[in-house]
Ligand binder design. Structure first.
Ligand SMILES: Cc1cc2nc3c(=O)[nH]c(=O)nc-3n(C[C@H](O)[C@H](O)[C@H](O)COP(=O)(O)O)c2cc1C
Length: 392
């Protein structure tokens, strides 16, 4: 199977990097292995500053409401994101939001204020939801899988409409907006017309919807072949809508001095997995891709080991020495990735190490790749770094 997407690649734009905000207890793996990762605000404030000084441009907060699969406690995504924006200078923070839980007009208004408070650094990740109990126990409608994406598409169109038009109206199956003008409008930032709209999902319906309406398509961890498949699905829909989305991919990073050490760490994570929590999670995720007609989508082909990192992050294979990881990341650039979303066992020290040890090799390899394709890596687009401000 080909790993090359059916679109001309942009070799001159450097890859961007993001990290998952660890604002749920228990870290990003469902395992009893030692994790030096906190989920409180003080830990996350320091982490965000480390990240923006180490070359990370984005942080992603996840939306969870009820205790589940190893995470007993979690903070709310939009308020936590806003606090992180207030604690940083350049980092863009992407808050996950469920269409079934928010009204698009309320979110549009909230985000405009967040955007002004942060000088244009607020972004959203629109997630259609898979955790049925959170909806039904809140007394909300639980829509069938593909129908959730019908609602999401309307939701995103309204969000963009309210951010960019006056007297905006849209009447659909789920929402009815009548001549609404939001004042203030979002802050003006070169290169974007409104806060960026990310979209997370893997199924066929998710890819089609993302292609038609998202600025950024986010996928769970994937192999190179699997990822190219997702990219092509999104591109096909984007072409019909005349849009050019960019692409993000999740990967769990284990960078160690030797490949053996990295693989041993992965083995220990899986050996110490919290089995009942992973099995409970595996039962809940049947509402995602596995429930669709073609059976494709998030977690549809995930093994027990994959589910220990609940966003399939091991599949991306960012496990080895800094050189091996950098090489792998550049392979994903060739498969269409523009932004690598990362997670770690020990966030503060590993985010700093990633910026120090992995990113410079990525930049060298990206420069070589650009030259091979008759262009140069545009280093004016690289984010500012301040390693002397990174203190652990
Ligand atoms: C990078 C990424 C982040 C996500 N974050 C969340 C989240 O914070 N909360 C949530 O309920 N779902 C989240 N999702 C899940 C998706 O919204 C969607 O429900 C999931 O992909 C299952 O649907 P699918 O099989 O259609 O892909 C995320 C997905 C991705 C790829």
């Amino acid at each position: 199977m080909s790993t090359t997407p059916q679109t001309p690649l942009d070799y001159s734009t450097p890859l961007k990097f993001a990290y998952w905000v660890p604002k749920v207890s228990g870290g990003l793996v469902v395992s009893t292995i030692e994790q030096r990762t906190g989920w409180d605000f003080e830990y996350n404030k320091k982490l965000a500053r480390i990240a923006e000084n180490s070359g990370f441009e984005y942080a992603l907060t996840q939306a969870r409401y009820a205790a589940s699969y190893g995470a007993d406690k979690q903070h709310e995504a939009t308020s936590f994101s806003l606090a992180l924006l207030g604690a940083t200078e350049r980092l863009k923070v992407i808050a996950a939001v469920h269409p079934g839980m928010w009204h698009p007009g309320v979110l549009a208004k909230f985000m405009i204020t967040a955007d002004h408070l942060s000088n244009g650094r607020a972004a959203v990740n629109i997630v259609s939801g898979w955790l049925k109990d959170e909806f039904t126990n809140f007394g909300l409608d639980w829509l069938e899988h593909d129908e959730r994406y019908v609602r999401t598409e309307e939701f995103i169109n309204i969000l963009r409409g309210l951010w960019t038009e006056k007297e905006f109206s849209q009447s659909g199956k789920y929402y009815d907006i009548n001549k609404f003008t939001l004042q203030l409008a979002p802050i003006e930032v070169p290169g974007r017309t409104h806060p960026e709209i990310f979209f997370g999902g893997n199924s066929t319906a998710a890819q089609a919807t993302a292609g038609r309406v998202a600025d950024w398509y986010f996928s769970n961890g994937r192999t190179l072949e699997g990822y190219a498949d997702n990219v092509n699905g999104v591109l096909a829909a984007a072409a019909t809508a005349g849009r050019k989305p960019r692409f993000g991919l999740n990967g769990f990073v284990i960078a160690r001095d030797s490949e053996k050490d990295a693989k041993d760490t992965l083995r220990e994570i899986v050996e110490k997995a919290h089995r009942p929590a992973v099995e409970g999670f595996a039962a809940s995720v049947k509402e995602a891709g596995a429930s669709t007609k073609d059976g494709k989508g998030m977690w549809a082909d995930a093994s027990y080991e994959d589910m220990v990192q609940y966003n399939d992050g091991f599949k991306t294979g960012l496990i080895g020495t800094p050189e091996q990881i950098a090489e792998r990341i550049v392979e994903y650039k060739k498969a269409g990735v523009n932004l690598m979303l990362t997670c770690y066992l020990h966030f503060q020290e590993e985010v700093a190490a990633f910026g120090r040890d992995v990113m410079p090799i990525v930049r060298e390899l990206e420069s070589d790749l650009a030259r091979k394709h008759g262009t140069e890596l545009d280093t004016t687009l690289l984010p500012e770094t301040n390693f002397d401000k990174v203190s652990l």
